[in-house]
Design a protein around this ligand. Structure first.
Ligand code: ATP
Ligand code: MG
Length: 429
């Protein structure tokens, strides 16, 4: 016997039991973003490898060790996208969407790929919903991004379980000055910091700040502080953001060590974190990237965005038991037909009902079967009601209408009255 086929480790099927929750989540976010005037963009899943090297940065975890990169048949180096911002900026530039200072408020959704160690909340194929805004440089738009996520947490019933962490990285000049000071300090303490931090010191020194190594953390207590190196412009920007969050009543924690894993951020960075999911606690993360578009070959264009991890948010909904009950029922009525004539009539009736009752979720029995077996299937479908069509009903041009859950007697309803009946008792109920 051949070996059972299996999916790739860290890449999961989303089974029919789970998809209602995914669709509820995605639908809630899409509806929310419509309400703020954001428009969806869809980019390819595969891009030239160079795109990610140039945007995310050569010495980041993602580019150094997490990308799925391969050669295609032409010998081009391609990569499964590890995140969405790079491709979104590429698309915006390629189609001239940010030209002439045009404001773009965009969102996207879909799978991302990173070769990480799979564990709860961390997968090799995972899904994000991301937002990117171009050509707005003020703190008002940074605040809007946070305000709308705050509203989302409320809609989803998870607001109490998440905390906003905030920091400012300054302009790239300010960050450059800070980087020098940090390198000087850490070089003087080289023998006291861990090996990984020593390596990062050479490649991406700011990343040393989010080390998990206790000894290095102890050394960092006396290190120069990024906040002391902030330029005036960034300071004013950050104050503006905080004032707006205060006005909106959104609590936040300033986390001076929040530097984010990607190279392209400047000024605002933020993360929404929860303590309900163990080690994988960041459910949404983003920031401002005013230099990125230029770095990718465009005109200087301010940008700000974030991405949320759908798997982690779904896990959070489940953990907090915030899965609405109504999403689990996917069938309203189940039509049972007995005998060839009844089946034929049933087919036409069902199609007529689909025309007349928008939104009706009607499953028609397939595969014939006895009274008992069709009822079993009707019950298993989760439907609220069964419609019954046999020879007698056919002769009288009625359908038996039988409640499957709770109280109520079976009654006959004339075909002509059926649509009205279903519209009141099923679609609204
Ligand atoms: P982490 O520190 O958890 O690795 P990150 O900083 O690499 O996260 P981002 O690139 O900012 O993550 O992606 C935004 C969000 O996407 C994260 O906050 C998280 O919710 C989700 N995410 C990132 N990587 C994964 C993954 N491998 N599996 C599941 N979700 C992920
Ligand atoms: Mg990561």
């Amino acid at each position: 016997m051949s070996k059972t086929l299996q999916a790739i480790r860290g890449m999961n099927d989303i089974l029919p039991e789970q998809t209602p929750l995914w669709r509820y989540f995605e639908g809630t976010v899409a509806g929310l973003l419509d309400g703020y005037g954001y428009r969806q963009i869809r980019m390819p899943i595969v891009e030239f490898t160079d795109l990610f090297k140039r945007s995310i940065g050569e010495v980041t975890d993602i580019v150094e060790k997490e990308m799925y990169t391969f050669e295609d048949r032409n010998g081009d180096s391609l990569t499964l996208r590890p995140e969405g911002t790079a491709a979104c900026v590429r698309a915006v530039l390629e189609h001239g969407l940010s030209g002439g200072g045009q404001v773009q408020k965009l969102w996207y959704m879909g799978p991302m790929f990173r070769h990480e160690r799979p564990q709860k909340g961390r997968y090799r194929q995972f899904h994000q919903i991301g937002l990117e805004v171009f050509n707005l440089d003020g703190p008002d738009i940074d605040a809007e991004l946070i305000v709308l996520t705050w509203r989302l947490w409320k809609l989803l019933g998870i607001r109490d379980a998440v905390t906003l962490e905030l920091n400012s990285l300054g302009t790239s000049e300010a960050r450059g000055r800070y980087r020098e000071a940090l390198v000087e300090f850490l070089t003087a303490h080289l023998d006291q910091i861990d090996e990984d931090s020593q390596r990062r010191l050479k490649t991406n020194p700011l990343r040393v700040l989010d080390t998990k190594h206790p000894e290095t953390q102890a050394v960092l207590v006396n290190a120069p502080k990024l906040a002391d190196y902030l330029d005036d412009e960034s300071r004013v920007h950050f104050e503006g953001l905080k004032a707006r969050l205060d006005a909106a009543g959104i609590p936040y924690v300033i986390n001076p060590k929040l530097v984010r894993g990607l190279d392209y951020y400047s000024k605002t960075v933020f993360e929404w974190v929860t303590d309900k999911l163990g080690a994988q606690g960041t459910v949404c993360a983003g920031g401002r990237y005013d230099g990125l578009v230029e770095q990718m070959g465009g005109k200087p264009t301010p940008g700000v965005g974030f991405a949320m991890g759908i798997e982690r948010l779904i896990l959070l909904l489940e953990t907090l038991e915030q899965v609405p009950e109504s999403i689990s029922r996917q069938v309203d009525v189940y039509l049972c037909a007995f005998g060839e004539q009844a089946e034929l009539a049933g087919l036409t009736l069902a199609e007529r009902l689909r025309d007349e009752v928008p939104g009706l979720r009607l499953m028609v029995n397939a595969g014939a079967g006895s009274f008992k077996s069709q009822f079993k299937k009707a019950d298993k479908s989760g439907a609220l009601h069964a419609l019954i069509l046999g020879d007698d009903e056919l002769a009288q041009q009625v359908l038996g209408f039988k409640p499957l859950r709770g109280q109520g007697e079976q009654q006959n309803i004339a075909w002509s009255a059926l649509a009205d009946h279903l519209a009141t008792c099923v679609v609204q109920g």
